[in-house]
Design a protein around this ligand. Structure first.
Ligand code: ADP
Length: 587
């Protein structure tokens, strides 16, 4: 009895287990509803027929759902399979594990990977609306913002043309599904243009509900062999998705049913395609998995790390300011150092100069002393010779006169030399001495006489430009002559390479300055910038036989008498010695 009872129980248990296994013969298929119910059913009729034929034990329940409805059903795990548009699939795939089992065959078109497009239509009579730019400030009709073929594909095209549907289009009129009602709106001119998925217009035309000739495409895109009007890129057709609620075996059966023809009706589905191409589109539009991405990744990065960036920027600014301050201080110190070095160098130079001058002074004083005696002897002998020569009878000796003249010249030059030496000694002792009122014209004649041999030898003419009335100057005769002779000698040295030429001496009485100006212009090599800087330095010379003392000595002599001496490059080439001599010595 007990065994019977147990046997009966186990039978019922088995039945219960079998019952569980076969518990839900109903397959729940969700379908995104974009037309009305009747249309949806007829749309998916081949799929329904395939399920009936190949899975007779299963009962297929079709759920026509909106985008939101699908999401809710998936969240509540009410769907085993789902048919939706590629964009929606990509958006859902962020949250749900959906596996594409198959891709819809487009009855019009044998390339499923390029089957979904979108088209913007206007009334054919609106001839001014033909390009994207014409859509500025119009009223545009669409179903919803999250419709893939019904909005997002055109949104992408507009964005790529630099147009923002929210900003650049005057009004966006959203009607919701079904999509065909947009044609009514357009016909009634309540909108200027509509966005519909490609092929809808052709389907409606085939059903006799619209006349295609009444409409015109905006910015038409031609795709080879694609039979419908488009304004956008094409994307793979709708996927058939498994939601993962069913056993693998059941899913395989469903897949087989989908891919096989029923009788002579071809299968509505093919092997699944990649939906990868939808991702870049969604990335551009910041939709689905990319919704959280900011439009400008650089700004986002900046915002994310703003505190760190501010800190680094502050640090950089501080470092920069410190660098500027340090380099300023370094520059200042090195300038001061350089200046100090320069000053010490100058002092050294001056010292060297002074010591050389002192040595030269000693040497000159010694020389002057030594020369003085033989010079006096020469003068005495010359005077004696002169006296003796004058006692000779001139009639028998015709050479008497020239000899007397020569002896006279020897005496004169000897006396001049003695005077120079006397002056030099006096100068060495206490600077300039023996100034008196002198006629510059006379002094210049003397200088010419002295230089005549050299001038002739070099075939150079000394042209003097003297004004009529020239006042006397206050000068030491010998020193003045020394200066001028020096200047003319330098001019001749500079003109050595010239076969012949002129030296011009301009003299001018400057009443305002109460002085006489002597300008000696030569036609020599002139002064280079480098030479110009150093010509008054003692011992500076560019002449192989020069001593480099002429100019420095002349300037010293001149300034000892209140005069100034300069040597400048002349505009016409050559050099110009500029001597400004005061009429009254104020020293
Ligand atoms: P030195 O004649 O013995 O060289 P100076 O002191 O008289 O010494 O002259 C110094 C240098 O100045 C000369 O070596 C020469 O380079 C330059 N100089 C002087 N006078 C002239 C001039 N008239 N034209 C060109 N250079 C000149």
């Amino acid at each position: 009895m007990l065994s019977k009872l147990l046997g009966g129980l186990s039978f019922y248990c088995l039945l219960a287990v079998m019952g569980l296994a076969l518990a839900d013969p109903v397959i729940h298929l969700g379908v995104l509803d974009w037309r009305d119910e009747a249309k949806t059913t007829s749309n998916w009729q081949p799929t329904l027929a395939a399920f009936k034929h190949y899975l007779p034990n299963k009962q297929l329940q079709l759920h026509q759902l909106s985008l939101k409805g699908i999401e809710q059903a998936l969240a509540e795990q009410r769907l085993d399979y789902l048919i939706t548009n590629p964009g929606h699939y990509v958006a859902l795939s962020q949250t749900y594990l959906l596996a594409p089992l198959a891709t819809l065959n487009n009855p019009f078109f044998d390339k499923p990977q390029q089957a979904i497009g979108s088209v913007v239509l206007v009334l054919a009579e609106n001839k001014h609306l033909r390009s994207w730019q014409d859509l500025h400030s119009i009223t545009l009709g669409a179903v919803t913002l999250d419709a893939f073929g019904g909005f997002q594909l055109i949104w992408d095209e507009l964005e790529q043309q630099g147009l923002d549907p929210n900003l650049d289009i005057a009004q966006l009129k959203l009607t919701g599904f079904p999509m065909e009602q947009l044609f009514d709106l357009l016909d009634k001119k309540r909108v200027d243009a509509i966005i519909v998925r490609s092929c809808l217009a052709e389907i409606l035309a085939a059903e006799g509900r619209i006349n295609l000739a009444n409409y015109q495409v905006v910015s038409e895109k031609k795709h080879p062999h694609y039979p419908c009007l488009t304004s956008s890129q094409l994307y793979p057709d709708w996927p058939f998705l498994s939601t993962g609620t069913q056993a693998a075996n059941d899913v395989s059966q469903v897949l087989q049913a989908l891919l096989q023809p029923v009788g002579n009706q071809p299968a509505q589905w093919s092997a699944p395609l990649s939906y990868q191409s939808v991702y870049p589109l969604f990335e551009r539009l910041r939709l689905g998995p990319f919704a959280a991405f900011p439009r400008n990744p650089l700004i986002n990065l900046f915002y994310q790390y703003r505190y760190l960036l501010f800190f680094v920027l502050g640090l950089l600014l501080l470092t920069f300011a410190h660098h500027i301050r340090t380099s300023y201080l370094v520059r200042q110190r090195s300038q001061a150092l350089q200046q100090a070095m320069q000053e010490s160098q100058n002092k050294q130079k001056e010292l060297a100069h002074l010591s050389r001058f002192a040595v030269m002074g000693e040497l000159a004083a010694g020389l002057a002393h030594e020369i003085n005696q033989p010079l006096t002897a020469i003068i005495n002998y010359a005077q004696g010779s002169q006296r003796l020569l004058q006692q000779i009878n001139g009639d028998n000796n015709p050479q008497k006169e020239p000899l007397v003249a020569a002896a006279q010249k020897i005496v004169a030059q000897g006396e001049r030399a003695a005077e120079i030496i006397r002056n030099l000694r006096a100068f060495m002792r206490k600077g300039s001495s023996g100034q008196q009122q002198l006629d510059p014209k006379q002094l210049l004649q003397e200088m010419r006489l002295f230089m005549s041999a050299n001038l002739q030898h070099q075939r150079v003419e000394l042209r003097m430009h003297l004004p009529e009335n020239l006042p006397n100057i206050m000068a030491n005769r010998v020193e003045f002559l020394q200066i001028l002779i020096n200047l003319v000698s330098n001019a001749l040295d500079a003109m050595q390479q010239k076969p012949a030429g002129y030296i011009d001496l301009y003299v001018e009485h400057k009443k305002q300055g109460n002085c006489v100006i002597f300008q000696l212009v030569d036609q020599g090599e002139g002064l280079s910038e480098q030479v110009k800087q150093r010509i008054f330095e003692p011992f500076f010379t560019t002449r192989p036989e020069g001593m480099g003392l002429g100019l420095s000595l002349s300037r010293t002599l001149a300034s000892a008498q209140g005069a100034t001496l300069n040597l400048l490059p002349h505009a016409a080439g050559g050099a110009c010695a500029y001597l400004e001599w005061p009429l009254v010595n104020e020293l």
